[in-house]
Design a protein around this ligand. Sequence first.
Ligand code: CMC
Length: 392
Amino acid sequence: AGVFTYDPGFTSTASCESQITYIDGDKGVLLYRGYPIEQLAENASFIEVAYLLLHGELPTKDKLYNFDWTIRRHTMLHDQFDQFFRGFRRDAHPMAIMVGTVGALSAFYHDSTDINDPQARTISAHRMIAKMPTIAARAYKYSIGQPFITPRNDLDYASNFLRMCFAVPAEDYEVSPTLARAMDKIFILHADHEQNASTSTVRLAGSSGANPFACIASGIASLWGPAHGGANEAALTMLEEIGSVDRIPEYVRKAKDKNDPFRLMGFGHRVYKNYDPRAKVMRDTCHAVLDELGVRDEPLLAVAMELERIALEDEYFVQKKLYPNIDFYSGITLRAMGFPTEMFTVLFALARTVGWIAQWSEMIEDPSQKIGRPRQVFTGSPERAYVKLGDR
Ligand code: CMC
Protein backbone atom coordinates (compact mmCIF):
# COMPACT_ATOMS: atom_id res chain seq x y z
CA ALA A 1 0.00 0.00 0.00
CA GLY A 2 1.29 3.44 -0.89
CA VAL A 3 1.38 6.50 1.30
CA PHE A 4 -0.64 9.31 -0.18
CA THR A 5 -0.81 13.00 0.52
CA TYR A 6 -4.02 13.74 2.38
CA ASP A 7 -5.58 17.02 1.31
CA PRO A 8 -9.13 17.29 2.66
CA GLY A 9 -11.25 19.56 0.48
CA PHE A 10 -8.38 19.69 -2.07
CA THR A 11 -7.25 23.03 -0.68
CA SER A 12 -3.76 22.61 -2.14
CA THR A 13 -4.17 20.09 -4.93
CA ALA A 14 -4.52 21.10 -8.59
CA SER A 15 -6.58 18.48 -10.42
CA CYS A 16 -5.91 19.76 -13.93
CA GLU A 17 -4.21 22.33 -16.11
CA SER A 18 -6.71 24.81 -17.48
CA GLN A 19 -6.73 27.89 -19.71
CA ILE A 20 -10.31 28.97 -19.10
CA THR A 21 -10.76 30.92 -15.86
CA TYR A 22 -8.23 32.63 -13.62
CA ILE A 23 -8.91 33.71 -10.04
CA ASP A 24 -6.59 35.70 -7.81
CA GLY A 25 -8.43 35.30 -4.53
CA ASP A 26 -6.17 37.65 -2.57
CA LYS A 27 -6.66 40.52 -4.98
CA GLY A 28 -10.29 39.72 -5.82
CA VAL A 29 -9.65 39.19 -9.54
CA LEU A 30 -11.67 36.96 -11.85
CA LEU A 31 -10.78 36.59 -15.54
CA TYR A 32 -12.54 34.53 -18.20
CA ARG A 33 -9.90 33.70 -20.85
CA GLY A 34 -7.97 36.75 -19.63
CA TYR A 35 -10.85 39.23 -19.68
CA PRO A 36 -11.90 40.81 -16.33
CA ILE A 37 -15.39 39.81 -15.23
CA GLU A 38 -16.35 43.47 -14.65
CA GLN A 39 -15.60 44.36 -18.29
CA LEU A 40 -17.47 41.34 -19.63
CA ALA A 41 -20.51 42.02 -17.42
CA GLU A 42 -20.52 45.63 -18.53
CA ASN A 43 -20.01 45.17 -22.28
CA ALA A 44 -20.68 41.62 -23.45
CA SER A 45 -23.78 39.48 -23.80
CA PHE A 46 -24.03 36.09 -22.13
CA ILE A 47 -23.95 34.39 -25.54
CA GLU A 48 -20.74 36.25 -26.37
CA VAL A 49 -19.25 35.12 -23.05
CA ALA A 50 -20.39 31.57 -23.74
CA TYR A 51 -18.53 31.66 -27.06
CA LEU A 52 -15.46 33.07 -25.32
CA LEU A 53 -15.45 30.35 -22.66
CA LEU A 54 -15.95 27.59 -25.21
CA HIS A 55 -13.57 28.81 -27.92
CA GLY A 56 -10.97 30.84 -26.03
CA GLU A 57 -11.39 34.08 -28.02
CA LEU A 58 -14.08 36.74 -28.30
CA PRO A 59 -16.15 36.11 -31.45
CA THR A 60 -16.06 38.35 -34.51
CA LYS A 61 -19.42 39.81 -35.51
CA ASP A 62 -20.07 36.97 -37.97
CA LYS A 63 -19.03 34.28 -35.57
CA LEU A 64 -21.23 35.74 -32.85
CA TYR A 65 -24.18 35.91 -35.23
CA ASN A 66 -23.74 32.29 -36.25
CA PHE A 67 -23.27 31.05 -32.70
CA ASP A 68 -26.29 33.00 -31.45
CA TRP A 69 -28.39 31.68 -34.32
CA THR A 70 -27.32 28.09 -33.63
CA ILE A 71 -28.22 28.39 -29.96
CA ARG A 72 -31.63 29.93 -30.80
CA ARG A 73 -32.32 27.06 -33.21
CA HIS A 74 -31.80 24.41 -30.51
CA THR A 75 -34.09 25.79 -27.79
CA MET A 76 -37.00 23.42 -28.38
CA LEU A 77 -37.39 20.23 -26.38
CA HIS A 78 -38.65 17.02 -27.92
CA ASP A 79 -42.40 16.85 -27.37
CA GLN A 80 -42.01 13.56 -25.50
CA PHE A 81 -39.67 15.28 -23.09
CA ASP A 82 -42.58 17.03 -21.34
CA GLN A 83 -43.61 13.70 -19.86
CA PHE A 84 -40.53 13.81 -17.65
CA PHE A 85 -41.82 16.91 -15.91
CA ARG A 86 -45.22 15.36 -15.37
CA GLY A 87 -43.66 12.41 -13.58
CA PHE A 88 -42.47 14.63 -10.73
CA ARG A 89 -44.63 15.48 -7.74
CA ARG A 90 -45.89 18.97 -8.34
CA ASP A 91 -44.19 20.28 -5.20
CA ALA A 92 -40.83 18.84 -6.26
CA HIS A 93 -37.86 21.17 -5.79
CA PRO A 94 -36.97 22.47 -9.26
CA MET A 95 -33.35 21.38 -8.71
CA ALA A 96 -34.60 17.78 -8.37
CA ILE A 97 -36.35 18.27 -11.71
CA MET A 98 -33.17 19.73 -13.22
CA VAL A 99 -30.98 16.80 -12.13
CA GLY A 100 -33.49 14.32 -13.53
CA THR A 101 -34.40 15.99 -16.78
CA VAL A 102 -30.91 17.10 -17.82
CA GLY A 103 -29.70 13.54 -17.22
CA ALA A 104 -32.64 12.35 -19.33
CA LEU A 105 -31.42 14.38 -22.32
CA SER A 106 -28.85 11.62 -22.87
CA ALA A 107 -31.75 9.30 -23.72
CA PHE A 108 -32.79 11.62 -26.56
CA TYR A 109 -29.52 12.39 -28.31
CA HIS A 110 -27.68 9.16 -29.01
CA ASP A 111 -25.94 10.85 -31.91
CA SER A 112 -24.15 13.33 -29.68
CA THR A 113 -22.73 11.06 -27.05
CA ASP A 114 -19.61 9.91 -28.94
CA ILE A 115 -17.26 12.03 -26.87
CA ASN A 116 -14.28 11.35 -29.12
CA ASP A 117 -15.94 13.05 -32.09
CA PRO A 118 -15.33 16.83 -31.91
CA GLN A 119 -18.43 17.55 -33.99
CA ALA A 120 -20.60 15.47 -31.67
CA ARG A 121 -19.14 17.32 -28.69
CA THR A 122 -19.98 20.65 -30.29
CA ILE A 123 -23.57 19.72 -30.99
CA SER A 124 -24.01 18.43 -27.42
CA ALA A 125 -22.65 21.73 -26.15
CA HIS A 126 -25.07 23.73 -28.32
CA ARG A 127 -28.00 21.56 -27.29
CA MET A 128 -27.31 21.94 -23.59
CA ILE A 129 -26.74 25.70 -23.67
CA ALA A 130 -29.88 26.18 -25.78
CA LYS A 131 -32.20 23.83 -23.92
CA MET A 132 -31.21 24.74 -20.38
CA PRO A 133 -33.44 27.88 -20.23
CA THR A 134 -36.36 25.90 -21.67
CA ILE A 135 -35.90 23.15 -19.08
CA ALA A 136 -35.39 25.63 -16.22
CA ALA A 137 -38.49 27.63 -17.17
CA ARG A 138 -40.53 24.43 -17.38
CA ALA A 139 -39.32 23.30 -13.96
CA TYR A 140 -40.68 26.63 -12.66
CA LYS A 141 -43.96 26.56 -14.60
CA TYR A 142 -44.57 22.99 -13.47
CA SER A 143 -44.09 23.96 -9.82
CA ILE A 144 -46.77 26.66 -10.05
CA GLY A 145 -49.16 24.63 -12.19
CA GLN A 146 -49.03 26.90 -15.25
CA PRO A 147 -48.82 25.68 -18.84
CA PHE A 148 -45.38 25.58 -20.46
CA ILE A 149 -44.48 28.50 -22.71
CA THR A 150 -42.83 27.60 -26.02
CA PRO A 151 -39.45 29.27 -26.65
CA ARG A 152 -39.44 32.21 -29.05
CA ASN A 153 -36.32 32.23 -31.12
CA ASP A 154 -36.63 35.84 -32.21
CA LEU A 155 -35.77 36.82 -28.63
CA ASP A 156 -32.30 36.96 -27.11
CA TYR A 157 -31.26 34.33 -24.57
CA ALA A 158 -32.25 36.19 -21.39
CA SER A 159 -35.47 37.72 -22.78
CA ASN A 160 -36.61 34.36 -24.08
CA PHE A 161 -35.94 32.80 -20.69
CA LEU A 162 -37.80 35.52 -18.76
CA ARG A 163 -40.74 35.18 -21.12
CA MET A 164 -40.86 31.39 -20.72
CA CYS A 165 -40.91 31.91 -16.94
CA PHE A 166 -43.34 34.78 -16.58
CA ALA A 167 -45.64 34.89 -19.61
CA VAL A 168 -49.05 33.25 -19.38
CA PRO A 169 -50.83 32.12 -22.56
CA ALA A 170 -53.89 34.32 -22.11
CA GLU A 171 -52.01 37.59 -21.67
CA ASP A 172 -49.48 39.67 -23.53
CA TYR A 173 -46.04 39.72 -22.01
CA GLU A 174 -43.49 42.40 -22.70
CA VAL A 175 -39.97 41.64 -21.48
CA SER A 176 -38.41 44.67 -19.75
CA PRO A 177 -35.05 45.39 -21.43
CA THR A 178 -33.59 46.45 -18.06
CA LEU A 179 -34.58 43.17 -16.45
CA ALA A 180 -33.38 41.16 -19.46
CA ARG A 181 -30.02 42.94 -19.28
CA ALA A 182 -29.84 42.25 -15.53
CA MET A 183 -30.65 38.57 -16.13
CA ASP A 184 -27.98 38.38 -18.82
CA LYS A 185 -25.43 39.95 -16.45
CA ILE A 186 -26.35 37.49 -13.70
CA PHE A 187 -25.76 34.66 -16.19
CA ILE A 188 -22.36 36.14 -17.13
CA LEU A 189 -21.32 36.40 -13.47
CA HIS A 190 -22.17 32.74 -12.90
CA ALA A 191 -20.81 31.32 -16.16
CA ASP A 192 -17.58 29.83 -14.84
CA HIS A 193 -15.45 29.74 -11.72
CA GLU A 194 -12.61 27.27 -12.40
CA GLN A 195 -12.39 24.07 -10.34
CA ASN A 196 -15.22 24.55 -7.81
CA ALA A 197 -17.10 21.52 -6.43
CA SER A 198 -19.61 21.17 -9.26
CA THR A 199 -17.07 21.74 -12.04
CA SER A 200 -14.72 19.22 -10.46
CA THR A 201 -17.68 16.85 -10.28
CA VAL A 202 -18.36 17.32 -14.00
CA ARG A 203 -14.69 16.68 -14.81
CA LEU A 204 -14.54 13.61 -12.57
CA ALA A 205 -17.73 12.17 -14.04
CA GLY A 206 -16.52 12.96 -17.55
CA SER A 207 -13.08 11.47 -16.97
CA SER A 208 -14.60 8.00 -17.29
CA GLY A 209 -15.96 8.84 -20.75
CA ALA A 210 -19.56 9.29 -19.56
CA ASN A 211 -21.84 11.17 -21.95
CA PRO A 212 -21.94 14.96 -21.53
CA PHE A 213 -25.59 15.21 -20.50
CA ALA A 214 -24.98 12.80 -17.62
CA CYS A 215 -21.85 14.76 -16.64
CA ILE A 216 -23.75 18.06 -16.50
CA ALA A 217 -26.51 16.38 -14.46
CA SER A 218 -23.84 15.37 -11.91
CA GLY A 219 -22.66 18.99 -11.81
CA ILE A 220 -26.20 20.18 -11.12
CA ALA A 221 -26.46 17.68 -8.25
CA SER A 222 -23.25 18.99 -6.70
CA LEU A 223 -24.27 22.61 -7.18
CA TRP A 224 -27.46 22.06 -5.21
CA GLY A 225 -25.77 22.05 -1.79
CA PRO A 226 -26.07 25.10 0.49
CA ALA A 227 -22.27 25.55 0.74
CA HIS A 228 -22.13 25.97 -3.07
CA GLY A 229 -24.95 27.02 -5.43
CA GLY A 230 -27.62 26.68 -2.78
CA ALA A 231 -26.04 29.57 -0.86
CA ASN A 232 -28.07 32.22 -2.71
CA GLU A 233 -31.27 30.56 -1.51
CA ALA A 234 -29.79 30.25 2.00
CA ALA A 235 -28.64 33.91 1.95
CA LEU A 236 -32.09 35.23 1.13
CA THR A 237 -33.74 32.96 3.69
CA MET A 238 -31.28 34.33 6.26
CA LEU A 239 -32.00 37.97 5.33
CA GLU A 240 -35.73 37.26 5.65
CA GLU A 241 -35.16 35.63 9.01
CA ILE A 242 -33.16 38.64 10.23
CA GLY A 243 -35.99 40.80 8.88
CA SER A 244 -34.94 44.19 10.27
CA VAL A 245 -31.76 46.16 10.81
CA ASP A 246 -32.03 46.11 14.61
CA ARG A 247 -31.75 42.31 14.70
CA ILE A 248 -28.43 42.20 12.79
CA PRO A 249 -26.12 42.31 15.86
CA GLU A 250 -27.77 39.17 17.23
CA TYR A 251 -26.99 37.28 14.00
CA VAL A 252 -23.46 38.62 13.78
CA ARG A 253 -22.92 37.40 17.35
CA LYS A 254 -24.25 33.93 16.42
CA ALA A 255 -21.97 33.78 13.37
CA LYS A 256 -18.93 34.56 15.52
CA ASP A 257 -19.82 32.05 18.25
CA LYS A 258 -17.56 29.00 17.93
CA ASN A 259 -20.20 26.81 19.59
CA ASP A 260 -22.93 27.87 17.19
CA PRO A 261 -22.85 26.27 13.72
CA PHE A 262 -24.64 29.30 12.24
CA ARG A 263 -22.77 31.11 9.45
CA LEU A 264 -23.59 34.30 7.66
CA MET A 265 -24.79 32.99 4.34
CA GLY A 266 -23.37 34.85 1.36
CA PHE A 267 -20.16 35.55 3.28
CA GLY A 268 -16.78 33.91 2.84
CA HIS A 269 -15.25 31.98 0.02
CA ARG A 270 -12.69 29.21 -0.31
CA VAL A 271 -10.67 31.19 -2.84
CA TYR A 272 -11.57 34.88 -2.40
CA LYS A 273 -9.90 36.41 0.63
CA ASN A 274 -10.96 39.83 -0.63
CA TYR A 275 -14.22 41.28 -1.95
CA ASP A 276 -15.64 38.83 -4.53
CA PRO A 277 -15.49 40.84 -7.81
CA ARG A 278 -18.79 39.24 -8.87
CA ALA A 279 -20.43 40.51 -5.67
CA LYS A 280 -19.61 44.11 -6.65
CA VAL A 281 -21.28 43.77 -10.06
CA MET A 282 -24.15 41.91 -8.42
CA ARG A 283 -24.66 44.73 -5.91
CA ASP A 284 -24.90 47.30 -8.73
CA THR A 285 -27.24 45.02 -10.69
CA CYS A 286 -29.38 44.65 -7.57
CA HIS A 287 -29.75 48.44 -7.32
CA ALA A 288 -30.59 48.69 -11.06
CA VAL A 289 -33.30 46.03 -10.79
CA LEU A 290 -34.87 47.52 -7.67
CA ASP A 291 -34.87 50.96 -9.33
CA GLU A 292 -36.48 49.60 -12.49
CA LEU A 293 -39.18 47.88 -10.46
CA GLY A 294 -39.65 50.90 -8.20
CA VAL A 295 -38.92 48.90 -5.03
CA ARG A 296 -35.79 50.67 -3.88
CA ASP A 297 -37.22 50.68 -0.36
CA GLU A 298 -37.27 46.87 -0.28
CA PRO A 299 -36.58 46.26 3.45
CA LEU A 300 -34.26 43.32 2.79
CA LEU A 301 -31.91 45.59 0.84
CA ALA A 302 -31.53 47.76 3.91
CA VAL A 303 -30.80 44.67 6.00
CA ALA A 304 -28.23 43.44 3.46
CA MET A 305 -26.43 46.76 3.19
CA GLU A 306 -26.25 47.23 6.93
CA LEU A 307 -25.13 43.64 7.48
CA GLU A 308 -22.39 44.12 4.90
CA ARG A 309 -21.29 47.37 6.57
CA ILE A 310 -21.14 45.82 10.04
CA ALA A 311 -19.40 42.64 8.90
CA LEU A 312 -16.78 44.53 6.92
CA GLU A 313 -15.86 46.46 10.07
CA ASP A 314 -16.05 43.56 12.49
CA GLU A 315 -12.76 42.16 13.76
CA TYR A 316 -13.86 38.52 13.31
CA PHE A 317 -14.80 38.92 9.65
CA VAL A 318 -11.84 41.15 8.85
CA GLN A 319 -9.36 38.77 10.43
CA LYS A 320 -10.82 35.70 8.71
CA LYS A 321 -11.09 37.65 5.45
CA LEU A 322 -14.79 36.97 5.09
CA TYR A 323 -16.28 39.26 2.45
CA PRO A 324 -19.66 39.18 0.74
CA ASN A 325 -19.69 36.67 -2.12
CA ILE A 326 -21.82 36.63 -5.27
CA ASP A 327 -24.75 35.05 -3.45
CA PHE A 328 -25.17 37.88 -0.99
CA TYR A 329 -26.98 40.25 -3.36
CA SER A 330 -28.23 37.80 -5.98
CA GLY A 331 -31.11 36.56 -3.84
CA ILE A 332 -32.64 40.01 -3.33
CA THR A 333 -32.26 40.75 -7.04
CA LEU A 334 -33.80 37.51 -8.22
CA ARG A 335 -36.68 37.74 -5.79
CA ALA A 336 -37.44 41.29 -6.94
CA MET A 337 -37.47 39.98 -10.53
CA GLY A 338 -40.19 37.54 -9.51
CA PHE A 339 -38.29 34.29 -8.95
CA PRO A 340 -39.14 32.19 -5.90
CA THR A 341 -36.13 31.12 -3.78
CA GLU A 342 -36.33 27.51 -5.07
CA MET A 343 -35.42 28.82 -8.52
CA PHE A 344 -32.21 30.62 -7.52
CA THR A 345 -29.91 27.63 -7.78
CA VAL A 346 -31.64 26.62 -11.01
CA LEU A 347 -30.60 29.96 -12.55
CA PHE A 348 -27.06 29.37 -11.33
CA ALA A 349 -27.08 25.91 -12.96
CA LEU A 350 -28.41 27.36 -16.20
CA ALA A 351 -25.55 29.84 -16.42
CA ARG A 352 -22.84 27.52 -15.11
CA THR A 353 -23.71 24.94 -17.78
CA VAL A 354 -21.54 26.92 -20.18
CA GLY A 355 -18.55 26.75 -17.82
CA TRP A 356 -19.12 23.06 -17.14
CA ILE A 357 -19.17 22.31 -20.86
CA ALA A 358 -16.07 24.41 -21.54
CA GLN A 359 -14.22 22.61 -18.73
CA TRP A 360 -15.48 19.20 -19.83
CA SER A 361 -14.38 19.85 -23.44
CA GLU A 362 -10.98 21.07 -22.31
CA MET A 363 -10.54 17.88 -20.33
CA ILE A 364 -11.55 15.61 -23.22
CA GLU A 365 -9.14 17.43 -25.53
CA ASP A 366 -6.27 17.24 -23.04
CA PRO A 367 -4.11 14.20 -23.88
CA SER A 368 -2.60 14.15 -20.38
CA GLN A 369 -5.96 13.61 -18.67
CA LYS A 370 -6.67 10.21 -17.15
CA ILE A 371 -9.68 8.82 -15.40
CA GLY A 372 -10.00 10.64 -12.06
CA ARG A 373 -9.15 8.16 -9.37
CA PRO A 374 -8.16 9.70 -6.00
CA ARG A 375 -6.45 7.47 -3.48
CA GLN A 376 -7.15 7.37 0.27
CA VAL A 377 -5.54 7.18 3.66
CA PHE A 378 -7.08 4.02 5.08
CA THR A 379 -7.98 4.25 8.78
CA GLY A 380 -10.23 1.18 9.15
CA SER A 381 -9.69 -2.27 10.61
CA PRO A 382 -6.67 -4.33 9.56
CA GLU A 383 -7.35 -7.76 8.03
CA ARG A 384 -9.36 -10.10 10.28
CA ALA A 385 -11.10 -13.49 9.92
CA TYR A 386 -14.81 -13.75 9.14
CA VAL A 387 -16.93 -14.67 12.18
CA LYS A 388 -19.96 -16.84 11.45
CA LEU A 389 -23.35 -15.31 12.28
CA GLY A 390 -24.03 -17.74 15.16
CA ASP A 391 -20.67 -16.96 16.78
CA ARG A 392 -21.09 -13.14 16.99
N1 CMC B 1 -19.89 33.10 8.71
C1 CMC B 1 -19.18 32.97 9.83
N2 CMC B 1 -17.99 32.36 9.89
C2 CMC B 1 -17.47 31.85 8.77
C3 CMC B 1 -18.17 31.95 7.53
C4 CMC B 1 -19.41 32.61 7.53
N3 CMC B 1 -20.11 32.73 6.40
N4 CMC B 1 -17.43 31.36 6.56
C5 CMC B 1 -16.33 30.92 7.15
N5 CMC B 1 -16.35 31.20 8.48
C6 CMC B 1 -15.28 30.90 9.44
C7 CMC B 1 -15.28 29.43 9.78
O1 CMC B 1 -16.07 29.17 10.93
C8 CMC B 1 -13.81 29.18 10.02
O2 CMC B 1 -13.49 29.63 11.31
P1 CMC B 1 -12.36 28.86 12.17
O3 CMC B 1 -11.10 28.97 11.38
O4 CMC B 1 -12.34 29.63 13.46
O5 CMC B 1 -12.83 27.44 12.31
C9 CMC B 1 -13.11 30.09 9.05
O6 CMC B 1 -14.04 31.15 8.79
C10 CMC B 1 -12.74 29.42 7.73
O7 CMC B 1 -13.89 28.78 7.21
P2 CMC B 1 -13.86 27.39 6.42
O8 CMC B 1 -15.19 26.74 6.48
O9 CMC B 1 -12.67 26.58 6.88
O10 CMC B 1 -13.55 27.92 4.95
P3 CMC B 1 -13.86 27.16 3.62
O11 CMC B 1 -12.94 27.71 2.61
O12 CMC B 1 -13.86 25.68 3.82
O13 CMC B 1 -15.37 27.57 3.32
C11 CMC B 1 -17.34 28.57 2.46
C12 CMC B 1 -15.80 28.47 2.38
C13 CMC B 1 -17.85 29.39 1.30
C14 CMC B 1 -17.95 27.16 2.37
C15 CMC B 1 -17.72 29.24 3.82
O14 CMC B 1 -17.19 30.53 3.90
C16 CMC B 1 -19.24 29.26 4.05
O15 CMC B 1 -19.80 28.28 4.53
N6 CMC B 1 -19.92 30.41 3.68
C17 CMC B 1 -21.33 30.51 3.78
C18 CMC B 1 -21.97 29.80 2.59
C19 CMC B 1 -21.79 30.59 1.30
O16 CMC B 1 -22.06 31.78 1.25
N7 CMC B 1 -21.40 29.89 0.22
C20 CMC B 1 -21.29 30.50 -1.10
C21 CMC B 1 -19.93 30.41 -1.67
S1 CMC B 1 -19.80 31.41 -3.17
C22 CMC B 1 -20.77 30.63 -4.36
C23 CMC B 1 -20.29 29.29 -4.78
O17 CMC B 1 -19.07 29.14 -5.01
O18 CMC B 1 -21.12 28.40 -4.95
